[in-house]
Ligand binder design. Structure first.
Ligand code: AMP
Length: 284
C-alpha cells in the first residue's frame, strides 16, 4: 500500500493513474478502523482499480473539543488492516495539509433544513465541518466513486447535497451498517465503552427493532416515549433525540401515511460516549 501525506503528491500520482484509465474509489474515514470501514474498502475494491482511504480526524467537524481530544487513534493497526485488505492507497494528511489557510474564515455551505434537525440541531456547525473537509478531500482525490456508510444517515444526505452544490461528477455509494453480533452498530467510539457499557448499548439496536415492529400501528409519540424508556432502563444517561422521519428529506413525522419511506434515528449517551444509529422502517 502506498501512503501519501502530502496532497500534491497524491494528486500527481492519481492524475497519472487516471490518465492510464484507472478508476478511483474513495473511502474517507477518521481512522480507528473497524469492519464497517473495511466493508466500504471491500466495496470500493470490487468496483475500482485503485481504492484510496483517507484517515483524518477532522477538527472542524467536532462541536465538542473534548470529543475531538478523546477521539481514538490507532494508526498502526489501521495500516495493518488496510494492508490485509489490499487497499492500494492511504492518504494520511496533517491538519495543515488540509487547512493550509487555517481553520477560521471559511466558506459557508447552504445546507438548508438538513442542518437544522437531528445531528445538525444537536451538533451546531458539525455539518459545515463535514462539508469543509469533504470538499477538500474530494478536490484532492477526484474519485469516480465515493463510499460512505448508512450508519451516518444524515451525513450521507449532506454529502449528497454537497456533491450537487459543487456540481461534482462522481457516484455516491451508501453501504449498509455493519453491526456487532448482538446488533450494536460498529463505531470507532465503541472503543471508549467498557465491556459492560457495550453490552448495555445493545439496547439501541433492540429499541430500533421495537420501533420497526410498531410503527404501522402506534402513534409515533407513544412509540418514541416507550423507546426512550427502553434506553434509560438499559443505562443510557441522556438522549439527544429519537425520531421517526421521512427517509428522503428527514421531515419529522407523527404518524405514518402508509406511503412515505421512513427511517428511525437516534442519538444517545452511554456515559460520556455519544452513539448514533438508525434503521430504515419501510423496507419490509
Ligand atoms: P468515520 O471514521 O466514523 O468518520 O466513518 C467513516 C465512514 O465509515 C463513514 O462513511 C461512515 O458512515 C462509515 N461507517 C462508520 N461506521 C460504520 C458501520 N458500522 N457500518 C458501515 N459503515 C460505517
Amino acid at each position: 500500500m502506498l501512503i501519501f501525506k502530502k496532497r500534491n503528491d497524491l494528486k500527481t500520482y492519481l492524475k497519472e493513474q487516471k490518465s492510464n484509465g484507472k478508476k478511483i474509489g474513495f473511502v474517507p474515514t477518521m481512522g480507528a478502523l473497524h469492519e464497517g470501514h473495511i466493508f466500504l474498502v471491500q466495496s470500493s475494491r470490487k468496483e475500482n482499480d485503485i481504492t484510496v482511504v483517507s484517515i483524518f480526524v477532522n477538527p472542524t467537524q467536532f462541536n465538542d473539543p473534548e470529543d475531538f481530544k478523546k477521539y481514538p487513534v490507532t494508526i498502526e493497526s489501521d495500516i495493518y488492516k488496510l494492508e490485509l485488505n489490499q487497499c492500494e492507497v492511504l492518504f494520511l494528511p496533517s491538519v495543515e495539509e488540509i487547512y493550509p489557510e487555517g481553520e477560521d474564515n471559511m466558506e459557508h455551505f447552504e445546507l438548508g433544513y438538513l442542518e437544522t434537525v437531528l445531528e445538525g440541531k444537536f451538533r451546531p456547525g458539525h455539518f459545515q465541518g463535514v462539508c469543509k473537509v469533504m470538499k477538500r478531500l474530494l478536490n484532492i482525490v477526484e474519485p469516480h466513486n465515493l463510499y460512505m456508510g448508512q450508519k451516518d444517515y444524515q451525513q450521507c444526505m449532506v454529502v449528497k447535497k454537497l456533491i450537487e452544490l459543487l456540481n461534482l461528477s462522481l457516484r455516491l455509494h451508501i453501504c449498509p451498517t455493519f453491526r456487532e453480533p448482538g446488533g450494536l452498530a460498529m463505531s470507532s467510539r465503541n472503543l471508549r465503552l467498557s465491556p459492560g457499557q457495550k453490552e448495555s448499548a445493545l439496547a439501541i439496536y433492540k429499541m430500533l427493532v421495537f420501533v420497526k415492529k410498531g410503527y404501522k400501528d402506534k402513534n409515533f409519540n407513544e412509540l418514541k416515549e416507550i423507546a426512550g424508556n427502553l434506553l434509560y432502563q438499559a443505562g443510557f444517561n441522556a438522549i439527544d433525540y429519537i425520531e421517526i422521519v421521512n427517509a428522503d428529506n428527514l421531515e419529522l413525522l407523527e404518524k405514518w401515511d402508509k406511503k412515505t419511506p421512513l427511517v428511525a434515528v437516534v442519538a444517545a449517551f452511554m456515559g460520556d460516549v455519544r452513539l448514533i444509529d438508525n434503521m430504515i422502517l419501510t423496507n419490509g
